[in-house]
Ligand binder design. Structure first.
Ligand code: FAD
Length: 373
């Protein structure tokens, strides 16, 4: 994809920084409403993103396209293993997750919104300022002027650093890699293994397993997961030494602290810290936050109204994230209790809830957490 321009002033309704699922979703809503949109990303597409690529049904139902052609596996069987070695098996024929490869999924979504008329600039953001008329964004090549700025540049967000004082209190990190199916004698379903480092996963794809390890609740007294821990996990669970393409990335989980710092500049997705801390699902909250900010901006030219609408959404998001945090503290700190709770009470409810596209608040409290659009 080419730059739209070099070394010149660009005027647009909205600048979106970051073309992951959050940025692409916001662009989709805004282009459907006829707004001019420029997306800036430091990477060109397709690009790699460290991610296991699990899409829950609630995520799929929000997407503006069919993912059939991108889907690699349907997780109708899930296995949860605890530190005591005990396992809980959960099945639902609908599947609690569909597996994609992030590089393909993000590239598809990105091109989908480019075809709808979003412009793309392959640059890095360096400076952001605001005046009476709007927001000025400076990259290493261009200066852009817009009415609204959306920061969707992920867990290491430069936008967040430039426009807020948000500091990491839960700096969590995960590694992922690939094991070719032909290199493992095992046939494993979608599997989560809880351990002293946090948790590890095996996500089946057509010709490989995506495997990973990460901590979701930061505890300075606990060892941090390392690449070698992932290799040990692969040896134990897949009886194999051949682990390829290991990459790691932080997960943005600080959403409860996020407050918009301006009525014209908003963060979404991992940049805002919207990934959950139970199993590290972040794509749904990336997509849904993109949808809500897109709708808030498309419905009104008045910053006060946009602010109010996005703040309503944030209230629901923070409650949803708090519910995940409470669950995570039990899951990672009280393993024995979690095992029995999953086995006897919550396992079936979770599996059925996830498989039928529910949010956690709907599963636990029976109500949708976000305002109606
Ligand atoms: C190992 C791992 C496994 C995961 N597995 C899952 C999973 O199975 N399911 C799930 O739901 N979630 C998973 N997550 C979380 C998920 O990856 C994120 O929540 C999700 O990608 C957030 O989407 P986003 O659009 O907010 O940000 P991202 O997908 O991170 O996209 C951000 C974009 O911004 C661009 N960018 C960054 N900095 C700049 C800059 N300065 N200027 C311009 N552009 C910039 C990047 O190039 C990128 O394209 C996982 C995370 C990790 C680390």
């Amino acid at each position: 994809m080419e730059h739209v321009a070099l070394n010149m002033d660009i005027k647009t309704d909205i600048v979106i920084i970051g073309a992951g699922p959050a940025g692409s979703m916001a662009a989709n809503v805004l282009r459907d409403a006829g707004k001019s949109v420029v997306i800036i990303d430091k990477s060109n597409f397709p690009r790699h993103k460290s991610c296991a690529g699990g899409l829950t049904p609630k995520t799929i139902s929000e997407l503006p396209f069919d993912i059939k052609a991108l889907s690699q596996h349907n997780s109708d069987k899930m296995l949860f293993k605890f530190t005591n070695g005990k396992t809980v098996d959960l099945n639902n024929e609908l599947g609690a997750c569909k597996m994609v490869i992030r590089e393909e999924f993000d590239n598809y979504f990105f091109n989908f919104v480019i075809k709808k008329g979003a412009d793309f600039i392959n640059s890095k953001v360096e400076k952001i300022s605001e005046d009476n008329e709007g927001v000025v964004v400076q990259t290493n090549n261009e200066t852009l002027r817009c009415k609204y700025l959306i920061g969707a540049d992920g867990a290491n967000s430069t936008t967040r650093r430039l426009i807020t004082n948000l500091k990491y209190k839960n700096p969590v990190f995960a590694f992922e890699g690939l094991v070719k199916r032909e290199n493992s004698k095992k046939d494993v379903p979608t599997k989560f293994v809880f351990n002293k480092l946090g948790y590890s996963w095996i996500f089946p794809k057509q010709d490989h397993y995506n495997v990973g390890i990460g901590n979701l609740i930061f505890d300075p007294s606990c060892p941090k997961p390392r690449k070698n821990d992932l290799l040990d996990f692969v040896r134990e669970e897949l009886e194999c030494d051949q682990l390829e393409h290991i990459t790691g990335f932080p997960i943005g989980t600080e959403g409860k602290c996020y407050e918009p710092s301006s009525k014209r500049m908003y963060l979404i997705g991992d940049a805002a810290g919207f990934a959950e801390t139970l199993l590290g699902e972040g794509i749904y909250n990336a997509v849904i936050s993109g949808k809500y900010i897109g709708n808030a901006i498309k419905d009104s030219e008045i910053p006060d109204v946009v602010f109010e609408k996005y703040t309503d959404f944030l209230d629901g998001m923070k409650k949803e994230l708090a519910l995940y945090n409470r669950g995570a503290k039990v899951l990672y700190k009280k393993q024995r209790m979690s095992y029995w709770m999953l086995k006897l009470f919550f396992g079936r409810r979770f599996m059925d809830g996830y498989s039928t596209g529910k949010t956690l608040t709907e599963i636990i409290k029976g109500k949708y957490p976000f305002p109606s659009i």
